[in-house]
Design a protein around this ligand. Structure first.
Ligand code: AMP
Ligand code: MG
Length: 504
């Protein structure tokens, strides 16, 4: 076995790749630790996301060459570039940890994409940093492939998310319970500012640091707030609105994040850290997959509540910036936090109306949606297929419909369906239009857990074809894709994955 390269060898190596800018590294030194990636033995490419590279304005041809692969493995990066590990804190399952930080990730730098948006480029699994604690700083192949597939599926579903630009094998093993192949993921994010980043400075009573961070977050994500009379209150409002929107969108596709710690929630409102995440198969509000979430803190139906709890932690950090009068600051923060519910409900209700194919608003619509969820829950029917098939069945009569077949005992579905059909009949829309509208919001293909596990197992055996195929299918979630029906199917009882494990 070739031994992994030592820290001494970890130096900038000139390449023809352009150095990335790094505005975060211009912040005071206590915001990060300058760290070089630890080189790996023999980088080999797994996947490169060419459309994303083009969106980022990067030279895709150069990045697919040897220099690119070396950069994505952390072996080589352009002169003048200084990667940094970001400092942050966070509540993990409710317990505050004053220092977490990037223990296995490095921000390489930023690019301004073709839409003028600044995006972070980060390596995950690139070796130890000052924040690694007892960790090895590495990532195993399985979690890297899971994050690649699920994050790209989320993007295709139209849900704000970090993206995956590249995955490479390192050639070095990592040791978890067993020996596994090591890999590095290149992640792209609007930024990596977490609720936990604010908590890091608050825990140190570093008000200057907080203000610098808040100003940076405003400038980067909400520049229109900069001139406001109360910019920090406005920042909280914007973060609350972004999270409310995000979590509602998760709920509409049956996504369970699995580890909504405050260090895993971004101020930008993008989904981040695909560890023990999962899409539910059968509809179950109490669904939990994470092996470490024994109390069900991050169960499907708890997600909006957890998001508000997390945002309250963010609000606490901003109090000293909001007003010198603490009572006034608390009153304002509470008012802002209350806006979560109405923002969340607005997105959720609009979303469920669309999922049911309702083009107008009528009283009773929300009850109709709630009752459908209830019918799905009682029938242990598949959430994704339940909605998709309503659209398929628009011009079938119910008895021959495919949605009905999801239920062992279709009585409750039939009763509900009669009400739904009466409601849509009250709208003047042709079936084709309505079906297209429904199929544009109700995916046929989601990255189902049992498929992910099978894909990872194949990759561990050296076969990446299932990874490629699954990625291709789930990044076109709303298309029919004849021949790919197996990816739409829920697991058989013996295929069901009951637990997913953290990416560590
Ligand atoms: P996560 O559960 O992935 O959100 O990570 C929580 C914290 O543990 C973060 O500070 C990570 O950087 C750190 N961490 C996770 N895995 C590793 C690892 N293999 N080596 C070092 N730090 C890690
Ligand atoms: Mg994390």
């Amino acid at each position: 076995m070739i031994s992994p390269a030592t820290a001494e060898q970890s130096r900038t190596v000139p390449t023809r790749l352009p150095a990335l800018r790094n505005s975060y590294a211009q912040l005071p030194e206590r915001f990060f630790a300058a760290t070089d990636p630890r080189p790996v033995s023999s980088p080999t490419p797994i996947r490169f996301n060419r459309p994303l590279a083009e969106e980022l304005g990067l030279d895709a041809d150069q990045l697919t060459g040897p220099n690119g692969v070396e950069m994505f493995a952390g072996n080589r990066f352009p002169e003048g570039m200084q990667p940094v590990a970001l400092a942050y804190a966070g509540h993990q399952f409710g317990n505050f940890v004053p220092q977490l930080g990037d223990g296995r990730a490095l921000l390489l730098g930023e690019v301004v994409d073709i839409n003028g948006i600044r995006r972070d480029i980060q390596l995950k699994g690139s070796g130890p940093t000052r924040f690694s604690r007892n960790g090895d700083g590495r990532a195993a192949l399985g979690p890297v492939l899971r994050e690649y597939v699920v994050s790209e599926a989320m993007a295709a579903l139209g849900i704000p998310t970090t993206r995956s630009l590249a995955a490479v094998l390192t050639g070095d093993p990592v040791y978890r319970e067993v020996r596994l192949p090591g890999a590095v993921l290149t992640r792209v994010a609007a930024s990596h500012i977490r609720i936990g980043t604010f908590q890091y400075f608050a825990a140190r009573h570093d008000i200057d640091g907080l203000r610098i961070l808040a100003n940076y977050a405003i400038e980067r994500h909400f520049p229109h707030l900069a001139g406001q009379a109360k910019p920090y209150r406005a920042l909280l409002e914007a973060a609350v609105a972004a999270q409310a929107d995000l979590v509602a969108r998760w709920m509409l596709v049956g996504f369970i994040h699995g580890v909504m710690n405050t260090d895993n929630m971004l101020i930008s409102g993008e989904t981040i850290d695909y560890g023990p995440c999962a899409f539910m198969d059968a509809y179950d509000p109490g669904a939990v997959f994470s092996s470490i979430d024994r109390a069900g803190r991050y169960a499907y139906a708890n997600q909006p509540r957890v998001a508000t709890w997390n945002l309250a932690r963010l609000a606490e950090t901003l109090l000293p910036l909001m007003s010198t009068d603490e009572n006034e600051a608390v009153a304002e923060a509470e008012e802002v936090l209350r806006s979560f519910q109405s923002s969340y409900e607005a997105v959720l209700q609009r979303g469920f109306r669309r999922k049911l194919g309702l083009l107008t608003e009528a009283e009773g619509d929300l009850q109709l949606a709630a009752d459908f969820l209830d019918v799905l829950a009682r029938g242990e029917a598949d959430f994704t297929l339940g909605f998709r098939r309503l659209g398929d069945d628009l011009d079938a009569d119910d008895a021959q419909g495919t949605a009905r077949q999801l239920f062992q005992d279709p009585g409750a579905f039939d009763a509900w369906s009669a009400r739904w059909r009466e409601r849509i009949a009250s709208e003047a829309a042709d079936t084709a239009t309505r079906r297209a509208a429904m199929h544009a919001v109700n995916p046929k293909f989601i990255p189902r857990n049992h498929r992910i596990e099978a894909m990872i197992q194949a990759a561990l055996g050296g076969d990446f074809q299932p990874f490629e195929e699954m990625l291709a299918v789930v990044t076109r979630p709303f298309d029919e894709q004849p021949g790919m029906e197996r990816y739409a199917k829920p697991p058989r009882p013996d295929e069901r994955v009951l637990q997913t494990f953290c990416g560590t």
